[in-house]
Design a protein around this ligand. Structure first.
Ligand SMILES: Nc1nc2c(ncn2[C@@H]2O[C@H](COP(=O)(O)OP(=O)(O)OP(=O)(O)O)[C@@H](O)[C@H]2O)c(=O)[nH]1
Ligand SMILES: [Mg+2]
Length: 251
């Protein structure tokens, strides 16, 4: 007899997740997204890991270069030998369009790397904020032993500030020449961000945007994500934030 939904053994699933079994992690996340009781029970059975993961939120306007930057961060952290999980949260409404899920992350380079786990998820029309399943996905990846978890969200205002609920270090990605939008971000995203990145620093206006951001944040990094420029500085800024905030976990 084939197993049906709901008949899956949560204890065995939890054990496999803790052993780092990638298929079990995927399965658990799917069960949680569908609010299946077996998934919820398995999640409760997960022991909290002895070493906490480093959870980094990467947020910013659509097209700012978040995925490109994450791709570069993955390379850097893989070079350091860390296992890396990526959760890309798609908040775009099916009515207004937006990129097709999975298109948002161009991570083909990592698809054959067992040390990298990638998951895209939609917030399914929840009003603003992160889906509950995003929080749970991070918990599952943590239990599965991912050292670094990168969470990509689109931040378009106050609604996304609860990235801070999931990530200990929040990086906001801005592009040159935003002007008024940077002012608007000061009331929202920039309040929860620890580090600002001026990506596409190869575009005009990077100096002015950098100065604008330095007024509200001590750590402003310029990057050209497509070329990998500034990525080492960003890795160092993240590590420095963690040291200064006395957060556990090594990066
Ligand atoms: N010139 C330039 N282009 C860049 C840079 N970084 C990213 N891009 C380009 O900007 C476009 C958007 O990049 P993504 O990484 O998909 O941006 P995103 O923020 O993840 O986009 P969404 O997930 O759709 O919100 C792509 O065409 C990238 O190649 C950069 O530093 N300089
Ligand atoms: Mg993206």
């Amino acid at each position: 007899m084939t197993k049906r939904h709901g008949q899956e053994d949560p204890a065995s699933l939890a054990n496999r997740v803790e052993a780092g079994d990638v298929r079990a992690v995927s399965r658990l996340i799917t069960l949680l997204e569908n609010r299946e009781p077996a998934g919820i029970t398995a999640l409760k059975k997960l022991r909290s890991p002895s070493r906490r993961s480093v959870v980094i939120g990467i947020t910013g306007y659509p097209g700012a270069g978040k995925s490109t930057l994450i791709d570069q961060l993955v390379r850097a952290y893989r070079r350091q030998g860390h296992k890396v999980g990526i959760v890309a949260v798609d908040t775009s409404s099916p009515l207004t369009g937006g990129a097709i899920l999975g298109d948002r992350i161009r991570m083909q380079d990592h698809s054959s790397d067992a040390g990298v786990f990638i998951r895209s998820m939609a917030t399914r029309g929840q009003h603003g904020g992160l889906a509950r399943s995003t929080v749970e996905t991070v918990q599952a990846l943590e239990a599965a032993g991912y050292d670094i978890i990168l969470v990509e969200t689109i931040g378009v205002g106050q609604a996304e500030v609860d990235i801070a609920r999931v990530a200990q270090t929040v990086v906001v990605v801005v592009v040159p020449g935003l002007g008024d939008e940077v002012q608007a971000m000061k009331a929202g995203l920039l309040e929860v961000a620890h580090i600002a990145v001026v990506n596409k620093a190869d575009h005009p206006g990077a100096d002015a945007t950098t100065r604008d951001l330095q007024e509200c944040l001590p750590r402003v990094i310029r990057t050209v994500a497509v070329k990998g420029e500034g990525v080492e500085e960003l890795v160092e800024a993240i590590a420095e934030h963690r040291r200064s905030a006395d957060l556990a976990g090594k990066v």
